[in-house]
Ligand binder design. Structure first.
Ligand code: NAD
Length: 438
């Protein structure tokens, strides 16, 4: 059989990375890339930098690094910019976030100081706990979107980047369901001009990016690009998009553990999850409306993995609770505590306790990097619309409206790697393996 891959334009020149929301995650990511470039640290947790991919039969011994297998942008070619409601530069933000040690930040101080947030599109209507001075003014949301487009064009011109990707690392906005104004591109554009309250700030950035053909990833649980209007715009302009809500910490653990219980047909009575965290993200989530957005994102995971409708005896009556408590002394070093009530043979109960002392932004930073590199790859490969193969990175993966999302981390990884194989014209790996025993 002749192998045929997909034509992928080379990753020539520089790649612009634009981030609305220059907080703990964004600066931990940017500082990390600067540190890795200087040989000061390693990009642990990043599939694009550390991962390999098996090709062909197990006896072939072909296991290249992912970054040698598909043409990804080089870390040296990334150029950063972004928006925030606070005017501090990247070094000041990173110091305040308190994720990385000052001794490391001081070695990359010059680079971080160059990161100066552009004025944000922001309204307290959507993030109640924050208030900052570095905010755009405009007659309506349409005009604000034009201002963001201007910012993007200026950034592209000044830095000389060849391609650009945008990743939302801004705060979690209040809970919102898709409505009429989101149901078509035409209605959405009318809504921008009419200042429709159902268009939050994140959608203004996303609209500006997609209008300019810039791929967009949503790191927060906000609706943002997960509406029909944005899907239409992404298709129209051939833009790949993905979201929502970076899969780190507790949800990462859930999507590792739950598929294992289901695989062994172990039943579950309940799963109680609580978090204490003290960073600004925690403060924003202390508002019930922002928490609701996060809660919905976290709750969907178990339901989809365990499939209670298929296994009512095992998973039909789960008590499921999620709590997030803002507790300032912890800063970014959150504690995620899980109590899982399971049952086995003849219904005998057992308990599992997981106490994850995790570092939120340390887990999120490599996800931001991978998403940028993979979205840029997708764009050069002519892929557009929802990139379901990037579900691996999200708590609430976006998928086509007629589908349910895939949450199982291991299926997600297989899908991601098979997509890369498909792009390069390699055989899919099915794990059947009968041929070894013929
Ligand atoms: N850290 C994680 O593990 C993780 C996991 C999943 C999702 N997230 C999400 O990622 C986002 C960032 O997390 P973080 O820990 O960096 O939070 P953070 O509070 O440190 O940073 C968010 C930044 O966004 C800014 N912001 C808010 N609205 C804005 C707007 N309209 N325009 C521009 N800037 C705006 C805030 O001023 C703040 O500086 C949050 O939504 C969080 O829920 C984080």
């Amino acid at each position: 059989m002749i192998k045929k891959g997909v034509k992928i334009a080379p990753a020539r020149g520089k790649l612009g990375v634009l981030i609305p929301g220059l907080g703990a995650v964004a600066t931990t990511f940017i500082a990390g890339v600067e540190a890795v470039r200087k040989g000061l640290a390693r990009p642990i947790g990043s599939l694009t930098q550390m991962g390999t991919i098996r090709l062909g039969k197990r006896t072939d011994n072909r296991v290249p690094a992912i970054r040698d297998f598909v043409p990804l942008a080089n870390l040296d070619d990334l150029v950063f910019g972004g928006w925030d409601i606070f005017p501090e530069n990247g070094y000041e933000i990173a110091c305040k976030a308190g994720v990385l040690e000052r001794s490391l930040l001081d070695l990359i101080k010059d680079e971080l100081e160059q990161l100066r947030p552009m004025k944000a599109v922001f309204s307290r209507r959507y993030v109640k706990k924050l208030n900052g001075p570095n905010v755009k003014r405009g007659k309506n949301k349409w005009e604000l979107a034009q201002q963001v487009k201007e910012d993007i064009r200026r950034f592209q011109k000044e830095t000389g980047v060849d391609r650009t990707v945008m990743v939302w690392c801004g705060s979690t906005e209040v809970f919102m369901k898709p409505g009429g104004v989101h149901s078509s591109l035409a209605k959405f554009e009318r809504g921008l001009k009419a200042n429709d309250p159902r268009i939050p700030s994140s959608m203004v950035y996303a609209y500006a990016a997609l209008s300019l053909g810039i791929p967009f990833a949503n790191g927060a649980p906000n609706l943002t690009i997960d509406v029909e209007a944005m899907r239409q715009l992404a298709r129209k302009n051939d833009v790949p998009v993905c979201g929502k809500d970076f899969k780190t910490g507790q949800t990462l653990m859930k999507t590792i553990l739950a598929p294992g219980f289901k695989a062994r047909m172990i039943g579950m009575h309940g799963w109680f999850s609580t978090n204490i965290l003290g960073n600004r993200d925690g403060e924003v989530l202390d508002d019930p409306e922002s928490f609701k957005t996060k809660e919905e994102s976290k709750l969907g995971v178990l339901e989809h993995i365990l499939q209670p409708e298929v296994y009512p005896e095992l998973y039909g009556r789960i008590h499921y609770k999620v709590r997030i408590v803002y507790y300032p002394p912890r800063g970014d070093n959150k504690e995620g505590w899980d109590n899982i009530d399971i049952f086995g043979w003849l219904g005998y109960p057992m308990q599992i306790k997981v106490d994850f002392l995790c570092r939120d932004s340390i887990l999120a930073a490599p996800i931001v990097l991978d998403l940028i590199l993979f979205l840029d790859l997708a764009k050069r490969a002519g892929m557009r619309g929802i990139q379901e193969w990037l579900s691996f990175y999200f708590k609430s993966p976006m998928c086509a409206p007629q589908l349910y999302p895939e949450h199982d981390l291991f299926i997600q990884l297989m899908k991601l790697k098979n997509t890369l194989r498909y792009l390069r014209g390699e055989e899919m790996i099915t794990h059947l393996g009968l041929e070894y025993y013929d």
